[in-house]
Design a protein around this ligand. Structure first.
Ligand SMILES: [Cu+2]
Length: 108
């Protein structure tokens, strides 16, 4: 086998591996208001706005990736957060930031 052929096969394999990897985890960005901080279960109850491609506006619990994230927020804070969806459809907040000027995020 020529070096060029080996190289093409290697590139193809890398591409296949990369595409299956990106297909495993999906990421979404959402906005919401913190209703409750559940330290024991590492969850935040959030009234969130519509999440494009995932779900409409509702109030629900989200698990946070790191427990420290729970102390970054206060009840009533409006936050912008990143949701990670794994293969099984489990959602985890992997990043969040408090939005200074709290705007209405729930569709009314
Ligand atoms: Cu929801």
């Amino acid at each position: 086998m020529t070096t060029a052929k080996k190289f093409i096969i290697l590139i193809s394999m890398m591409f296949i591996m990369f595409s299956s990897f990106t297909a495993m985890a999906k990421e979404y960005t959402a906005k919401g208001t913190v209703n409750e901080i559940k330290s024991e279960s590492k969850k935040l109850t959030i009234s969130h706005g519509p999440v494009k491609g995932l779900m409409g506006a509702m109030k629900m619990d989200f698990k946070v990736a790191y427990p420290e994230m729970l102390s970054d927020v206060n009840i009533g804070n409006t936050i912008k957060f990143t949701l990670d969806e794994d293969k099984k459809g489990n959602l985890t907040i992997t990043d969040l930031e408090i939005i200074e000027n709290s705007e209405k995020v729930m569709a009314e």
